[in-house]
Design a protein around this ligand. Structure first.
Ligand SMILES: CC(C)(COP(=O)(O)OP(=O)(O)OC[C@H]1O[C@@H](n2cnc3c(N)ncnc32)[C@H](O)[C@@H]1OP(=O)(O)O)[C@@H](O)C(=O)NCCC(=O)NCCS
Length: 171
């Protein structure tokens, strides 16, 4: 199992995974209706977004992407056969660490309102806090870990770092 940064050439595989998850799957036509296409994701990765994937023998089996401009953990998806092996946790941590290094002290995501879905327990287990339901989406937030010693410096705060997050896509 290999973890690496997402390249533009990976985007078709990522969209396929987003449509093929066991829960919360988003069919290709709905992704397109949401404006999520190869070309829009390419634009995002060239500007505001950054992400990592996991591959098994050259096949992409999971990925996660964050939005550095808004502090949103934008998407995470793991293929059904690869759930429960620690891949989602590791990918989530890579995105979280990137957002902390971008200067965010509070990051956020939206997910399905149904707390019985695996994603909800997963996020809660990873330290995310339930911030309630708005516009039929459940919002979760997470605060940056506190510096642990005198040698630790606060990451550089971007001008947007202290602002409340804007609302984002359903993922
Ligand atoms: C949610 C998802 C990303 C989790 O990925 P995963 O690879 O199965 O998660 P992991 O195996 O890395 O789990 C990490 C930890 O969370 C725990 N965990 C996972 N789901 C949990 C749950 N529902 N309740 C409690 N703990 C949970 C695991 O036990 C593990 O704990 P550990 O580190 O102590 O062993 C994956 O199930 C998925 O892609 N779901 C479909 C798409 C989706 O819903 N995406 C989010 C949309 S907002």
């Amino acid at each position: 199992m290999k973890f690496r940064q997402i390249l533009e050439t990976d985007i078709p595989a990522l969209l396929a995974i987003r449509s093929a998850t066991r829960q919360n799957a988003i069919p290709p036509e709905r992704l397109a209706a949401m404006g999520i296409t190869t070309s829009s994701v390419r634009d995002m990765l060239q500007t505001t977004h950054h992400g990592w994937l996991c591959e098994d023998g050259g096949r992409v089996v999971g990925f996660a992407i964050g939005n550095g401009r808004t502090g949103e953990m934008w998407v995470i998806a793991i293929l059904p056969d690869y759930e429960g092996r620690g891949i989602g946790g590791r990918l989530l941590r890579l995105v979280e660490d990137w957002l902390w290094h971008r200067g965010w002290r509070r990051i956020w995501l939206t997910t399905d309102t149904d707390t019985r879905l695996r994603a909800y327990g997963f996020y809660r287990q990873q330290g995310w806090i339930d911030d309630g339901v708005r516009k039929n989406l459940r919002h979760l937030i997470k605060f940056a870990p506190r510096p642990t010693g005198p040698g630790d410096k606060e990451p550089p705060a971007g001008d947007s770092a202290a602002q409340a997050p804007p609302r984002g896509p359903a993922d």
